[in-house]
Each structure stands twice: as structure tokens, then as C-alpha cells.
Design a binder for this molecule. Sequence first.
Ligand code: V47
Length: 368
Amino acid sequence: MNASQFEAAGLADIYEKVAAEERLSFEDGVRLFRSRHIGLVGKLAHLVRQRKNGNRAYYVRNQHINFTNVCSKRCRFCSFYAKKDGPEAYTLTMEEVEHRIRQFAHLPITEIHMVAGVHPKLPYTYYTDLLDTVKRTRPDAIIKAFTMIELEQIQKVSEMPLEETIQDLKAHGLGALPGGGVEVLSKRIHQELFGRKMDGEGWLNIARVAHGQGLKSNASLLYGHLETDEERVDHFIQLRELQDETGGFLCFIPLAFHAERTELEGIPPTTGNLDLRMIAVSRLMLDNFPHIKSFWIMIGPVMAQLALRYGADDIDGTIMEYEITREKIEQTHQELSRDQLADLIREAGCEAVERDSFYNPVRELALV
Ligand code: V47
């Protein structure tokens, strides 16, 4: 890489740190967000991405199940939640969960991903039955389920200490935790947008306990609403510090905000520049995270593909149904085939690797 390009762009010191594998500071992160040279920021991130993951880009054959939209938290950024007795409220029965899984029995899915609203009235047995049902119907798949926010509620209804709840959920088949629920680790944004939900400190504490109990998790950042560059960088640094302590995070996912049907309707969609910059700056700041995901549902397959040259090494998966964000209310079916995912990756010049939830390469499984 040509150091003089970075010199001319005022990024020579950051380039030198990245080349020497030195940790970037808060100020570096803010400068990367504000630099006019997105191409160079991307080049730096690509350097780190290649160092950590070579030319590989991962995808996963997964199925998402959003098992209830009932939620007591009423976050202002959310278009998914429904009040308990409202007309749109749903909670899947075990028969419905089984039916959804059987619908895709012909595909060798390796991960069932489940996140949902925080239902105030579901008993603990709902969650254990849910895990049992998935495990029975898809015994080979890893179950990645429940954000830290949902875990807080599950612990409450389990009436056990968090450590015991987690061990019990693991005994019922829970394999890993998704990255949502954290939103932005900022007191200001917490108060403005999701005050009924546990704050950042609470989220980090549950993540710490979960990692200590042997559960790996992801982490995310919801961006493109009210947050500042400083708040984004502070978020990265708080995650980086916890990762130094536990080593429990597998992957970071910037989640682009979609304002349709939320209380924040009117906030414009994120731009290509911001989507790529979030990927690149997260790759550069989160030096102890093995993977950065460009989640195609949020930024579209086109941007997710470009992001593979800006620091991302994962475009996630086949998905099937996604109810949290969708263009039209009735459009819950959102799917890319394994071939489409692999083609996107190869066209970007990377080696397509099918992974499981823990980034182990998957051998071709016999069709079920
Ligand atoms: O925490 C809610 C986000 C998250 C909106 O671990 C919204 O691989 C955009 O956990 N616009 C839940 N985003 C989803 C989640 C997840 C998603 C993908 C991959 C993984 C992973 C985990 O969805 C919430 C929130 O940040 N969300 N509403 C919205 N209007």
C-alpha cells in the first residue's frame, strides 16, 4: 500500500498504526468517520480484514424465526413490536414453530436464529419448549437465540440466578446468542429511544455473564438515527473492552436503521457512504473481534457485497423469513439462496466459505 496517499489525506498516523497492528484511539475513530477519503478508510479496513480472514468471505445457511412480536419495551426505533392484546400481536405455538422448520426440511440449514419481542407474560416453559421443539425438529442445527434483553426477561420468569438460567437453556439446546438489543451504548440515546429497556451497562453485564458461562455471542450497533460519530466510537470502545475481558464475541454487525412504520418515520435511509463507513470503522476499531458482518437484509445484497472490500468478511445467510424490518408489512419472506450468496461473494473477488454459527467451515451435509 502506498503510504503517500494516506499522507495526502491526513491519515498517515492512522495508516502507520494499522500497519504496525497498534490499537486505534477514540480520536482516531472519530477522524475515520469524518475523513472525506472513504476509499482510503476502506483500504485500511480491508488490510485488517485480509490479515484476520485472508480472502475468505463467509455465508451461513440459516433460518430466522421471530417467535413473538409482543413486547413491553416500546422502543421508538422499532416497527416490529405489538401490544399484547393489539390486533397485530402474534406468538407462535410449538406446532407453528415446528411447521416453519419443516417447511425448509429439504435444505441443509445449519443455524436457527431466533429473536423476538420481550413478551411480559410468557412462562419460562415457553422458552424451554421452544428450544426443545427446534432441537427435536432440526437436531443438527445450532440454535442461536435470545438477545441479552430477552435473556433478562427469561431469567426473571425462570426465578433462577442468571448463571443457572443460562446453563438450563444450554441443556435445552441453546448454542449461541445473537447480537441485537444493545442498540447504542449511550445514556443519551437510551433515554431518547429505548428507555424502558435495560441500559448499556445492563446489556454489557449480561453479555459478561453469558460469555463466562461459555456462550459465544455477537454484538451490533443500530446506526443512522440520532447517534453521533462520538457515540458510535464510544460504543466500539466499550465492546472492545469487554472483548478484551471475555473473548466471547464472535462477530460485530452494524444494523442500518429503517424508519418506516416507526415513531421516527421521516429519518432518511442510510447512505452507501455511511453503510460502508460503518463496516470499515468497526473493522478498524474492533481489533479483537474476529468477524464483521454486512447483513444483507439491512443494507441490501448490493451494499453487502461491496462491504466485503471495506472490512466485512461475512454476509450472513439464507434467512427465509424476517419480520423485524421489511419494506411492506406483508413482505416477511426474505430469502437468498446458497448459490446467490456464494455468487455475490465470488463476484467480489473473495473465496466463498459456508460456515456454521461458530465460523467453522461446513462440509456439504447430506440433504435432509
Ligand atoms: O436489536 C429493530 C434491530 C435488532 C429496527 O447476531 C432494527 O447475527 C433497523 O438481533 N431498523 C434485532 N433495525 C436483530 C438481531 C440480529 C439481526 C441480524 C443478525 C444478528 C446476529 C442479530 O434489530 C434490534 C434492533 O437493533 N431493529 N428495529 C429498525 N426499524
